[in-house]
Design a protein around this ligand. Structure first.
Ligand code: HEC
Length: 108
């Protein structure tokens, strides 16, 4: 093998390892969001695939409507996104916001 081939092989391994790690991180974030959804009480108003109380819109397909960036903005301050809406602003940590947005964006 030439050194260029060795370097290319190393680069490929690094890229693949990073991709796998990123996918695992994302899956963990989605699971954190799933847990936060009931822990924080989103499920007192919303349902996701039959879990929760349906007094607010069902979120089972919210990921087909909104991406995680929009969802993060929504969770920081729902009234800023939809001034006439009726969802209260909740005291959420940045970690919970990121996890909840990843979880909701994955709902299709
Ligand atoms: C007190 C009830 C209540 C709680 C608790 C609540 N929501 Fe909501 N949520 C609503 C209502 C009502 C709406 C509809 C807002 C509107 O009028 O547009 C809404 C809308 C949303 C939307 C927008 C849906 C869409 O189709 O655009 C998302 C996303 C959402 N809520 C996520 C959450 C998450 C995540 C939590 C927990 C951190 C949460 N909500 C907690 C009542 C609630």
């Amino acid at each position: 093998m030439t050194s260029a081939t060795v370097l290319a092989a190393i680069a490929a391994v690094v890229i693949l390892t990073t991709a796998v790690a990123t996918a695992q991180d994302h899956a963990a974030l989605v699971e954190d969001g799933r847990a936060a959804f009931t822990r924080i009480g989103c499920s007192n108003c919303h349902t996701v695939h039959g879990i929760g109380t349906a007094i607010a819109p069902d979120l089972s397909k919210v990921g087909t409507k909104h991406d995680s960036a929009y969802l993060e903005r929504w969770l920081r301050d729902p009234r800023e996104v939809h001034p006439s809406g009726h969802m209260p602003a909740l005291e959420l940590t940045e970690a919970d916001i990121r996890a909840l947005a990843a979880f909701l964006a994955a709902q299709h």
